[in-house]
Design a protein around this ligand. Structure first.
Ligand code: HEC
Length: 200
């Protein structure tokens, strides 16, 4: 064993620098030339589902967000992302379609670096495991109502679901509250920038 000591040391040092280069230097080199977009910039493109929320839940929407426009969309996206983090949705859901294992056949187009170069993805929410499906191509896959029913009690719409219930995102009348609406707006935004028709 003794005589292998030097080889292990060299292998360890080389692996360290390889990792540092691939996961530290390469991302910086790739992303450096792409400007970081602010939430306000991202929200200029008001999603039709956000406008839809205003007609689905008019009273609640008006109370919490006022009119559906770029400014209220920015506030909703921000609050929705915060709720997604606070409720630990990222614990069971990834937000990254990898270029391996035919993932694009299931989730949609493979993810690209510039998609994540905005304040909505700082910190990034790639996730670590997939107890549930990847969510980065979610926009428009379901209606706002489906999301409300699902978040309130997932087995409402997916009988075999093991996803937890989130009744605290709703008021006494079981209509989404401020955080509930913001979270639905956020979910419907995920992947909305990908070309129409490329969703699966
Ligand atoms: C304990 C793991 C777990 C947690 C935590 C969790 N989910 Fe899920 N989620 C699942 C599973 C499993 C499914 C697949 C079954 C289903 O659709 O309910 C799922 C499905 C979904 C879907 C449908 C995706 C699709 O493409 O069909 C959405 C949207 C979703 N989850 C959002 C959320 C949000 C938002 C949160 C946080 C408030 C959350 N999940 C937290 C496990 C989880």
């Amino acid at each position: 064993m003794e005589r292998f000591g030097a080889s292990f040391l060299i292998a360890g040092v080389v692996t360290f620098f390889l990792g540092f280069f691939l996961q530290g230097v390469m991302p910086v080199l790739t992303l450096r030339s792409i400007a970081t977009r602010s939430v306000a910039e991202v929200a200029q493109d008001v999603s039709p589902h956000f406008v839809g929320l205003a007609s689905d839940y008019p009273e609640e929407f008006a109370r919490y967000f006022g009119e559906p426009n770029a400014a209220s969309f920015a506030r909703a996206l921000d609050a929705g992302r915060d709720a997604y983090i606070a409720e630990a949705c990222w614990h069971c859901h990834s937000q990254f379609v990898r270029p391996v294992s035919n993932e694009d056949l299931r989730f949609g187009p493979v993810s690209t670096p510039e998609e994540y170069q905005n304040e909505m993805n700082l910190p990034h929410l790639f996730g670590t495991r997939r107890v549930g499906p990847d969510l980065i191509r979610l926009a428009g896959r379901y209606s706002n109502d489906w999301h409300a029913a699902h978040l309130y009690k997932p087995t409402n719409v997916v009988p075999y679901s093991v996803m937890p219930e989130y009744p605290w995102l709703f008021d006494e009348a079981k209509r989404p509250n401020e955080r509930g609406l913001a979270l639905i707006a956020y979910l419907q935004w995920l992947g909305s920038w990908v070309e129409e028709g490329s969703h699966r």
